[in-house]
Write a protein that binds this ligand. Structure first.
Ligand code: FES
Length: 136
């Protein structure tokens, strides 16, 4: 994977020296950050939790990986699900970081409400032609 990095980043990696701190650009450059996100978070499956992290229906925990916030939860049928921690309406985060217990996922912004399966169940003021089924 590292051989696919842009040459400017490869040059920083090549400039590393034993007994010295890393070149400053490895800490500060936006393109290095983007490359880190890509290499470490977009190339393979990542284990985000264990069965015992959500033992009961409604147990949920927020996990931030790279630039993505995820909700690991156990739904009412006992299935473990991982959902994006973002509302389909205007992108608000649904849950704050940490563990919690929920019966539904209610967006704090305009109260769009999602079942623990991720299905959108309530979206106020959207008009009669609004199709909730395609916004879970
Ligand atoms: S952003 Fe979630 S309900 Fe509007």
């Amino acid at each position: 994977m590292l051989n696919k990095l842009p040459s400017s980043i490869s040059a920083l990696l090549d400039a590393r020296a034993d007994g010295h701190s890393l070149p400053a650009g490895l800490y500060t450059r936006e393109d290095v950050f983007e490359a880190d996100i890509d290499v470490f978070f977009h190339k393979h499956w990542i284990c985000v939790g264990l069965d015992c992290d959500v033992p009961e229906p409604g147990d949920a925990t927020v996990i931030d990986i790279g630039k993505t916030s995820l909700i690991l939860l156990r739904d009412d049928d006992g299935e473990i699900r991982v959902l994006h921690n973002v509302c389909r309406h205007r992108g608000s985060r649904l849950l704050d970081p940490g563990k919690t217990i929920v019966s539904k996922l209610v967006c704090p912004y305009h109260t769009w409400t999602y079942e623990l399966t991720g299905e959108l169940s309530y979206a106020p003021h959207m008009g009669k032609d609004f199709d909730k089924d395609c916004r879970g």
